[in-house]
Structures are given as structure tokens and as C-alpha cells.
Design a protein around this ligand. Structure first.
Ligand code: DC
Length: 224
């Protein structure tokens, strides 16, 4: 298969572990392609909402969705979300709403949706290489990846990071609520039947709680 030789680095882990920033930094540094699989699920949710397609009617609308689901990622600016472009339109901010996050979490648990999105994810594997960020990149989607990393951090640290991010976007946030939301999302990701969040057996696990982003990149590069 022609795509076999494209090198892939997978970066999995829970929300707030630093996957997005690290993926951006590595992609810019290595000049490789990015797959932000969380954003891909969010984009699919957005497309379905826009076209009023619910999960029950997904199968009969699959061809229509496939035609419209032309997604590109741009690493953008470090510290800001990876830019998401759907059919030429920058929808980065549109997929980062609470409404889309909720819908995405529901859709991402469904095997029909995961089955549909798998080949879309593999299409990002193009030369000179791919950095794939998600929950099941190393365990399911790119099992053959040469380098697999699993980033983690304490719940408190992840909530703090999310708080800083939201404040930067102008939203005031309640820390207790943030902790609760993260805990709920972790539970859902870890306990779901299809592609649960867990480190790949051959992955390097990095606790980012006390590391700077540069420190994490350094740690990753030591293992390449
Ligand atoms: O990382 P994120 O918050 O953008 O992810 C959005 C949702 O997609 C979240 O509910 C987890 C889910 N997701 C998934 O199930 N598998 C992935 N590979 C990436 C994200």
C-alpha cells in the first residue's frame, strides 16, 4: 500500500493534557501534516447540525455528508486552536462552542460515526509525515504508527489550563464546574465501548503536569 511509508506520530490523551499545543509545535517544527481528530469529529457534528441530519438518519444521508466533508487543518498560531477549514470556510470558532462539544461527544460514542470517520482520518496520512492528535490514534486508527505518545496531566492542572484558555477567549469560568465537566468527559471517553481512551501498549506515557510545552516537545523528540 502506498501510504505505508508515511511516518506517523500519534499523540493521544484526555482533554487538557496538552495534545493540541504539542501537536502544533511538532507539526511546525517538523513541517508535517496535522490531524486534529477531535476537531474532525466536531466538524462532522457541525455539518450534521447545519444540514439537520440526526444520527438516526445518518446512513441514508451518508453520501451527501461524504461529499460535503472536505476538511483541512492549518497549525495556525501556537497556543491557539488548530485552524479548521470546511469546504474553504474557516470554522475554527464555530466548532468550539459548547453546543457542538455536547453533540460531538454523543456522536463520537456511536460505532456508525466512528466507522465513517476512520477512512477520513487515514486520508491525512500524506508525505512528509503526520502528527495525529486524539483519543484512539495509536490504539485504533494508526496502529502501525512508528512513534506513539500518551499525554496525561492531573485533573486540577488540566482544569487550570482550560480556565486560562477560556479566559483568553473572554469567558469567565467556575473552577468547580470545569473540574466536574472534565471528570465527566474523562469518564465518558474511558468507559465507552467503542475505542475507549487508553494508552497504546507500545506508547510512551508523558505526564505534562509539571512540564512546559517546550519540555514536552523535548521529551518527545528524545523518543523519536
Ligand atoms: O479533543 P476534543 O475535545 O476536540 O474532542 C471532541 C470530542 O471528540 C470529544 O467528545 C472526544 C471525541 N473524540 C473521540 O472520540 N476520538 C478522537 N480520536 C478524538 C476525539
Amino acid at each position: 500500500m502506498k501510504d505505508k511509508k508515511v511516518p506517523v506520530i500519534t499523540i493521544d490523551g484526555p482533554s487538557g493534557a496538552g495534545k493540541g499545543t504539542i501537536t502544533q509545535m511538532l507539526a511546525i517544527d517538523l513541517q508535517w501534516n496535522i490531524l486534529d481528530s477531535g476537531a474532525l469529529y466536531r466538524t462532522l457534528a457541525y455539518l450534521m447540525v447545519q444540514n439537520e441530519i440526526d444520527l438516526l438518519h445518518f446512513e441514508e444521508n451518508k453520501e451527501f455528508v461524504k461529499e460535503k466533508f472536505i476538511v483541512k487543518f492549518d497549525p495556525g498560531i501556537i497556543g491557539e486552536p488548530v485552524r479548521v477549514v470546511l469546504n474553504g470556510e474557516d470554522i475554527t470558532n464555530k466548532v468550539r462552542t459548547e453546543e457542538i462539544a455536547k453533540k460531538t461527544s454523543f456522536l463520537a460514542a456511536d460505532p456508525i460515526i466512528r466507522h465513517f470517520i476512520k477512512p477520513c482520518q487515514r486520508e491525512f496520512m500524506k508525505p512528509p509525515g503526520l502528527i495525529a492528535d486524539g483519543r484512539d490514534m495509536g490504539t485504533v486508527i494508526f496502529k502501525e504508527a512508528m512513534h506513539k505518545f500518551f499525554l496525561t496531566a492531573s485533573l486540577e492542572e488540566r482544569a487550570k489550563r482550560r480556565q486560562v484558555q477560556l479566559k483568553r477567549q473572554g469567558s469567565e469560568v467556575n473552577m468547580r464546574l470545569l473540574l466536574q465537566e472534565l471528570e465527566d468527559r474523562d469518564k465518558k471517553d474511558i468507559e465507552r465501548q467503542h475505542s475507549p481512551l487508553r494508552p497504546a501498549t507500545n506508547s510512551v506515557i508523558i505526564d505534562t503536569s509539571n512540564l512546559t510545552p517546550e519540555g514536552v516537545v523535548e521529551e518527545i523528540k528524545k523518543n523519536l
